[in-house]
Design a protein around this ligand. Structure first.
Ligand SMILES: [Zn+2]
Length: 468
């Protein structure tokens, strides 16, 4: 069983959960728990492999994926043929880099054309998600049960890397929280939920959605005193500011985990200073799952090479050297339902040096991904904004969006569109936005050609607030 290295003093005790009646010890896992432990067992070893050995195995896996794309996705077949790919020639690093990069616009254009016409039954039922990614460009992605399993295995790896105490109390504040008898309450669970609860005996957890504004979240945290908190950076920053203004802090908290947006050095510092706990970040995307996890022994992010081939490319398409910043282009190694080959996420990252921890997994030093600001409601409440993007393309051909809160009562919706929108389409979009944001804002529209500009620092802000 992969777990925190036993030679480390002070590692918390981890008890495996047994699923067989009458067997408390040694634990007999559930079927899914067994699959997860089998993956963890391998991940524990592969993290120490050399970069060359990792690439060799990635290419072996990719050769099968590319061949599958060639055979079952006509859209890919054409592009692969144009790039000089021949299925009988195998895959070398040079041949891989000759394949074209896949952009979000390509995915929007191809639509269902990117789906495989032949998916082995063990990968079903498939899982569809909509994501706006880092650049406000909505795409529909189809994944499989195997993607979900890899997501869970890497979640467990992340827990083990950071030596979490599974008996502790966990609080999660995130966008897609399950409804809990009204949007304003937390869902209390007896364990941490999958995957940790599938493999380990864990303490209780609570999941909150953004129906709770920051003041209500803070109140909840003070009352329930979790040991660990998982949320998004923009929400965390607002929580820290809110608590600090009142001279409060969640007193049992040991660590904060973040996902979903770019973490700034200022936020890490604020977390340490105000709450005296470290911030541990993970870099993930809806399309490809985990891309990189923060190293337990330093500030670098390790790429999840067992699940994704991640390239950082300069303007000319060549790999960046450590210290250089370039576009993130990534390929999920296991998505047979909708192969995303050399997919450009819209993020930028700085390639990192080898890590002093000894792991061979390549590193990123810094990630410039999605960034978002908080929404201020007229009554004064502060909320992480749900913008309703997944419904935009049902209404009109929206390529890219950005919402700007101009005043307490008004929102500017910025769009890149394929053709001018009619007044009825604008009215419907305004309705979607008001309903998602949870207030009857006055909505105005502004249109851009090509792309909505990034900030000077290279970040794309999906939701901008000009309200103090
Ligand atoms: Zn490391």
């Amino acid at each position: 069983m992969a777990r925190a290295r036993p030679d480390r003093a002070g590692a918390p005790a981890t008890a495996l959960r047994s699923f067989h009646e009458g067997v408390a010890w040694p634990a007999l896992p559930s079927q899914r728990g067994a699959a997860l432990q089998a993956l963890l067992f391998q991940l524990e070893q592969t993290q120490w492999w050399t970069p060359a050995r990792l690439v060799e195995h990635q290419l072996r896996q990719l050769a099968g994926l590319v061949r599958h794309a060639w055979e079952t996705v006509p859209w890919h077949r054409q592009r692969l043929a144009d790039a000089g790919y021949r299925p009988d020639e195998g895959l070398t690093p040079a041949r891989w880099r000759a394949l074209p990069v896949l952009g979000r616009r390509d995915i929007q254009d191809a639509g269902e054309g990117l789906l495989s016409g032949r998916l082995p039954p063990e990968y079903t039922p498939t899982i569809d998600t909509q994501t706006s990614g880092s650049t406000g460009q909505p795409v529909k992605i189809r994944g499989t049960q195997l993607d979900a399993l890899m997501w869970e295995a890497i979640t467990l790896r992340e827990h083990l890397w950071h030596r979490r105490d599974f008996s502790a109390r966990l609080a999660v504040i995130r966008a897609n929280a399950p409804p809990a008898g009204g949007a304003a309450r937390a869902l209390m669970q007896r364990d941490w939920g999958p995957p940790a609860g599938e493999v380990f005996e864990t303490g209780p957890s609570a999941v909150m959605g953004f129906g709770l504004d920051v003041a209500a979240q803070a109140l909840w945290l003070m009352r329930h005193e979790p040991d660990y908190l998982l949320t998004y950076p923009a929400n965390l920053a607002a929580l820290i500011r809110h608590c600090s203004a009142r001279g409060e802090r969640p007193s049992r908290l040991k660590e904060v985990r973040t996902i979903g947006e770019t973490v700034t050095p200022e936020l890490r510092a604020a977390c340490l200073e105000a709450w005296n706990v470290p911030l541990v970040d993970a870099y993930s995307s809806q399309e490809l799952g985990y891309l990189a996890l923060q190293c337990p022994e330093g500030s670098l992010y390790h790429v999840m090479s067992e699940s994704v081939l991640l390239e950082v490319l300069d303007a000319g398409g060549a790999p960046c050297a450590p210290g250089e910043t370039g576009r993130v282009v990534a390929t999920g190694l296991h998505n047979l339902a909708m192969p995303l080959l050399r997919y450009e996420l819209g993020d930028y990252a700085e390639a990192g040096p080898p890590c002093s921890c000894g792991r061979g997994l390549p590193t990123l030093k810094r990630i410039l991904g999605r960034s978002r600001n908080m929404l201020r409601l007229p009554g004064g409440a502060l909320r992480w904004p749900l913008v309703g993007f997944s419904r935009y393309r049902e209404v009109a051909p929206i390529r890219q969006y950005q919402l700007v809160q101009r005043t307490l009562e008004s929102i500017e919706a910025r769009f890149v569109v394929d053709r001018p929108l009619g007044p009825d389409e604008e009215a419907r979009l305004a309705g979607v936005i008001r309903s998602a944001l949870g207030h009857d804002f006055r909505i105005t529209f502004a249109y851009f050609d090509g792309e909505i500009p990034r900030t000077a620092g290279g970040k794309f802000e999906e939701f901008v607030s000009e309200v103090e």
